[in-house]
Design a protein around this ligand. Structure first.
Ligand SMILES: Cc1cc2nc3c(=O)[nH]c(=O)nc-3n(C[C@H](O)[C@H](O)[C@H](O)COP(=O)(O)OP(=O)(O)OC[C@H]3O[C@@H](n4cnc5c(N)ncnc54)[C@H](O)[C@@H]3O)c2cc1C
Length: 426
């Protein structure tokens, strides 16, 4: 995987024995060998170079989905994405769908399964997806330079000039198309940087505020420590948005799929509401229980419906205490309200350190939704997580990386073939 695909190096002899490298000419340079950049490189055609500062391509793919990569979602659609412009993702998603990616995975003989809610995972390893993409870009004739950093970037008359550092040497490159595919800021330990945003700003493209998404909530020290490890299905809401998935109590606060999902919609200082029994008519259940087993303690009855450790933790604060027979309807209604609308205010989130994605990014206002090209800077493209399009948990973020990468790659290939004029923003 780490093998370096050698490119031709043009040398100019100047003076006696001095050797000065001349700028290498590429049609397309893609910054970032992650999900979007690799997909893009399978499509661009011409002379394409993918540059990444990491030691291996697709590192986030490798660690994703617990090592099995939740590579897409069968039900992926525009409604599963957050963006200042919710319509922006439609074009790319429609032109390279989850079924297109599944067909690619199938062509490579990678076995997969649906885990839940349309989420597709490799039966074997996420490394198979990385290997598949590397095989595809190699077949497409693209070069891949790893452990390479960008030192300088300028606009030229017909494209871009880059200086990069590789193997301790400075090299200069020129290209007609430059694709920003360096992702977002989540998990800096894995090499995530804000490079795409910096370059976008350098060329005058607006960047929306960025923040951590799909991230656990933190609470004041020790708040949920006694409950660490307890997990249950809940309906978690903030404002008008709700998710029915599992909640997990942790030493630091709350996590689990429901929490990660709602975190993308949550803003600092806002309340979240937890329905601990979303699929139970609690009032009817408690009344029936009171009629037949009224001598039982209310907490004991609740322990049959919820994890015992959670009931133990909540019991002292619940409105109905003692025997069920002693609880009038009004007390039972208050108990139902407490359990169906448990209101909590997180102190914050774990931030980019553990976030699966970055919300916000290069503004869609500046890009064509068809080609992902910057309307004001012909030849400059932005794809994947670097763009202000963020998916839900469940394979949607990779689908956006595949779809946006494919859209840019195809647009570049078509433009190079001169089959159409440059696309305009929509
Ligand atoms: C732990 C974890 C698990 C995840 N699991 C899933 C999942 O199962 N399903 C799903 O859909 N999504 C998942 N995601 C989200 C998904 O990984 C990203 O949304 C997706 O990888 C974005 O693709 P991208 O190509 O835009 O960026 P990335 O895949 O992040 O690729 C960006 C590339 O750019 C390189 N780069 C960054 N800065 C520089 C720089 N300054 N110079 C040179 N190179 C640079 C990086 O090394 C990287 O290779 C997960 C994320 C995390 C963190």
């Amino acid at each position: 995987m780490q093998k370096r695909i050698q490119t031709r190096v043009f040398l100019l002899r100047s003076g006696a024995n001095r050797v000065t490298p001349r700028a290498m000419r590429y049609d397309t340079v893609i910054l970032g060998a992650g999900a979007a950049g690799l997909m893009c490189a399978t499509q661009t055609g011409g002379r394409t170079l993918v540059i990444d500062h990491a030691r291996a391509p697709g590192e986030k793919i490798r660690i994703s989905g617990g090592g099995r990569c939740n590579f897409t979602n069968m039900y992926a659609g525009p409604e599963n994405f957050l963006s200042e412009n919710p319509h922006f993702c439609k074009s790319a998603l429609a032109r390279y769908t989850q079924w297109d990616f599944i067909a690619l995975v199938d062509r490579h003989g990678i076995a997969w399964h649906e885990k839940t809610l349309g989420q597709l995972f490799c039966d074997g390893s996420a490394r198979q997806i990385v290997a598949m993409l590397v095989e595809e870009i190699t077949r497409a004739g693209a070069d891949l330079w790893l452990q390479t950093t960008l030192a300088d970037l300028r606009r030229t008359e017909d494209g871009f000039a880059l200086a990069v550092d590789r193997d301790g040497q400075r090299q200069t490159l020129t290209c007609r198309n430059l694709v920003l595919a360096t992702g977002g800021k989540s998990i800096p330990k894995m090499g995530a940087t804000g490079l795409a945003y910096d370059i976008a700003r350098q060329f005058g493209l607006p960047v929306t505020d960025t923040r951590a998404g799909l991230v656990p909530f933190t609470f004041p020290e020790g708040r949920f420590k006694p409950l660490a490890g307890v997990s249950l299905p809940v309906r978690l809401s903030t404002g008008a948005t709700s998710f029915d998935e599992a909640l997990l109590f942790t030493h630091r606060g709350l996590s689990g799929p429901a929490v990660l999902q709602i975190s993308s919609y949550w803003r600092e200082g806002q309340e979240i509401a937890v329905n601990l029994l979303p699929d139970t008519d609690l009032m009817a259940t408690l009344r029936a229980e009171r009629a037949t087993n009224g001598r039982r303690q209310t907490a004991t009855v609740l322990s049959g419906l919820l994890p015992a450790r959670l009931v133990e933790d909540l019991a002292p604060t619940l409105p109905a205490q003692g025997r069920l027979a002693d609880q009038p309807d009004i007390a039972l209604a208050a108990l139902c309200d407490a359990l169906n609308h448990w209101r909590l205010t997180p102190s914050g989130t774990e931030g980019y350190r553990t976030a699966e994605v970055t919300l916000g990014g290069i503004s869609t206002d500046a890009l064509s939704s068809r080609s992902m090209e910057a309307t004001a800077v012909p030849g400059l493209y932005a794809i994947g997580e670097a763009v202000d399009v963020t998916g839900w948990l469940g394979g949607y973020n990779f689908q956006w990386a595949w779809s946006s990468g494919h859209a840019a790659g195809q647009a570049i290939a078509q433009a190079s073939r001169g089959l159409e004029t440059r696309p305009q923003a929509t």
